[in-house]
Ligand binder design. Structure first.
Ligand code: X6L
Ligand code: MG
Ligand code: MG
Length: 159
């Protein structure tokens, strides 16, 4: 049974827009993609600004298959696992799957941290405004951190 699933993508190394573009182009079942936003880095060491976006998939893949897609996408971008929360060519996080909850050591859905973050919530709003509006506290977080997130434009024009 197909349902909507949402992936959050981020890049702050190299040709950031190209990493997002290529990642989204390589994903299956993409229904809609948010705008691209330039966002101030949150957590970790001092690092450069990110480009973030959110992809909406209409898919019957399992949560674990979706996690695997995220990991393959990061690998294709030559992501190097170095410092925790450090700069990366590509980060792809499984944010939400309609009607599904998973709580396993290596896979938690909905994503426990990311939808407390304006760099996720603001692009997420482009593709699922009602879902974001239903998340407790989301409106307040987006209002408080709006200045940390600047709209760049659609993905195809920013690569
Ligand atoms: C309490 C304390 C609650 C820390 C949450 C949340 C820490 C997210 C780190 C947190 C907490 C993170 C991106 C980024 C990272 C990104 C932007 C992280 C750490 N990824 N900043 N920082 N965009 N703008 O994609 O997400 S890694
Ligand atoms: Mg992340
Ligand atoms: Mg990640």
């Amino acid at each position: 049974m197909k349902r909507f699933a949402y992936l959050g993508l981020g890049s702050n190394l190299g040709d950031r827009a190209a990493f997002l573009q290529e990642a989204v182009a390589g994903l299956p079942d993409v229904a809609e993609v948010s705008g691209v936003y330039e966002t101030a880095p949150v957590g970790g060491p001092e690092q450069g600004p990110y480009l973030n976006c959110v992809a909406q998939l209409l898919t019957d893949r399992t949560p674990r298959q979706l996690l695997q897609l995220c990991q393959e996408s990061e690998k294709a971008a030559q992501r190097v696992r170095d410092e925790r929360w450090g700069p990366r060519t590509l980060d792809v996080d499984l944010l939400w799957i309609d009607g599904e909850e998973v709580d396993e050591p290596d896979l938690v859905v909905p994503h426990p941290r990311m939808h407390q973050r304006a760099f996720v919530l603001i692009p997420f709003c482009d593709v699922a405004p009602e879902l974001v509006a239903s998340l407790p506290g989301a409106a307040e977080i987006m209002a408080a951190d709006a200045a940390q997130v600047a709209a760049i434009g659609p993905l195809t024009l920013s690569s």
